[in-house]
Design a protein around this ligand. Structure first.
Ligand code: HEC
Length: 127
């Protein structure tokens, strides 16, 4: 907490003028919206038949008519070390289990790298 206060005090003494402050606020708003957009895209990829279609095999919160070939996708931060490991799994699940029925979404070019990143950001937040 003291670090934030320290940073704020520094900002105060830096005497930013109004336009500099506005630029800072706009940048921070942009970052927040960009992150929310990415998660929304991730959800779309997971739920859309023509994209990831993860619902065909996985229960995911808020998803309609899921399949049950794979486990429910929830609390993934407790299943994977970090987002990189989760991304590696989605990229090519056969690295973890050569006989898996889960398609290698990245390796086989089923999804783009950007969409897999969005998926990871979204799935990481599903409780
Ligand atoms: C054809 C069925 C199928 C589809 C489609 C599928 N999966 Fe899977 N998935 C599985 C199976 C089966 C497992 C169980 C692990 C294994 O087989 O290695 C699994 C496991 C997982 C796991 C590990 C879960 C855990 O708790 O260990 C994640 C994460 C995952 N899938 C993400 C996805 C995502 C994201 C998509 C959509 C892009 C997707 N899966 C699409 C079949 C599927």
């Amino acid at each position: 907490m003291w670090k934030i206060q320290h940073a704020l005090t520094k900002l105060y003494f830096a005497q930013l003028n109004m336009s500099q402050l506005i630029v800072l606020i706009v940048i921070s708003l942009f970052c927040t919206t960009a992150y929310a957009d990415k998660q929304a895209r991730g959800k779309q990829v997971a739920f859309t038949f023509e994209l990831g279609n993860c619902l065909a095999c996985h229960v995911i919160a808020e998803g309609d008519s899921p399949g049950n070939i794979g486990p429910e996708l929830k609390a993934l931060p407790s299943r994977f070390r970090d987002k990189v490991q989760l991304r590696t799994f989605i990229w090519d699940a056969t690295q973890f289990n050569p006989y898996t029925s889960m398609p290698p979404f990245g390796k086989n070019g089923i999804l783009t790298a950007e969409d897999i990143d969005a998926l990871v950001d979204y799935l990481w937040t599903v409780p």
